[in-house]
Design a protein around this ligand. Structure first.
Ligand SMILES: C[S@@+](CC[C@H](N)C(=O)[O-])C[C@H]1O[C@@H](n2cnc3c(N)ncnc32)[C@H](O)[C@@H]1O
Length: 252
């Protein structure tokens, strides 16, 4: 059996060296993971062309002063929002919220050159509960915090109801009117699925809009989406959007 005598000078040195080596190995693997993620430069909004066009139109007409994204991931969409907002409302701010340590840290680095962006490291429900937000501002919400056992969408909407004029965009959502094959997130009966059933009791104050374009026209990852308006100004913006159509429950 191989052993090191910790009581001798050589034994102590060997023991220390092993600890340093284990630490460096861990540090390097973490750093490598970090660097790999920093250099991923994907398109915003899942690379979906029509969605990007609609969101550009919404920002131009609504001129939000606050954009809140839940689920930063690698900040690809956050960067797009920051650039778009600096054009339509230079005084506006983007706040993006991420639960995962590594994704948050990578995003802080990627977003450091944008002075209109704040990165928050939290679960989105905790963020809404604690952040001091101007609930009267024209606000665009991009709700994209999923992947884990807890789906925060319902808790997010319960907070958003207390905001004034707002447009809520939920990614990976089932397009009820779709026959073209948009995908959506389904985490089963216990966690839930991103569809109208999951949130129907929370929608009294919102008008619902779905895309009129097809998954093929949209391209990219072809993920479904829903657009909600709260307040008259927000409703007028979505109503005038040529690529969206209002959905009323019971209609197909
Ligand atoms: C689909 S990705 C977001 C993609 C990003 N919005 C984009 O367009 O590139 C989902 C992200 O939500 C994060 N997430 C999951 N649950 C969360 C929660 N409760 N609060 C905040 N972020 C969460 C995940 O760690 C992951 O980074």
């Amino acid at each position: 059996m191989k052993s090191t005598n910790k009581n001798t000078y050589v034994g102590q040195l060997a023991n220390q060296s092993r600890k340093i080596w284990v630490f460096l190995k861990y540090f390097n693997s973490v750093r490598l993971e970090y660097l790999q993620l920093v250099f991923i430069d994907d398109e915003p909004l899942n690379g979906q062309k029509k969605r990007t066009q609609v969101i550009r139109e919404i920002f131009g007409a609504f001129k939000p002063s606050l954009v809140i994204e839940t689920g930063t991931f690698l900040a690809n969409t956050t960067r797009y929002f920051a650039e778009l907002l600096s054009v339509v409302n230079p005084a506006g701010k983007v706040t993006t919220v991420e639960l995962n340590d590594l994704f948050h840290n990578v995003s802080v680095g990627k977003l450091s050159k944008y002075d209109n962006v704040e990165c928050v490291h939290a679960s989105s429900n905790a963020f809404f509960g604690s952040a001091k937000l101007d609930r009267r501002a024209h606000t665009v919400f991009y709700l994209d915090a999923h992947w884990n056992d807890y789906l925060p969408l319902r808790d997010e909407l319960k907070e958003i109801v207390s905001f004034g004029e707002s447009i809520v965009i939920i990614d990976d959502f089932k397009v009820e009117t779709d026959v073209s094959g948009f995908g959506y997130d389904d985490y089963g009966n216990v966690i839930g699925r991103l569809d109208l059933d999951h949130i129907s009791d929370l929608l009294d104050e919102f008008r619902i809009f779905f895309p009129t374009y097809s998954a093929e026209e949209d391209g990219g990852n072809r993920r479904g989406v829903v657009f909600l308006s709260k307040g008259d100004a927000a409703f007028q913006v979505l109503k005038r959007c040529s690529e969206l159509s209002e959905f009323t429950q019971g209609a197909t």
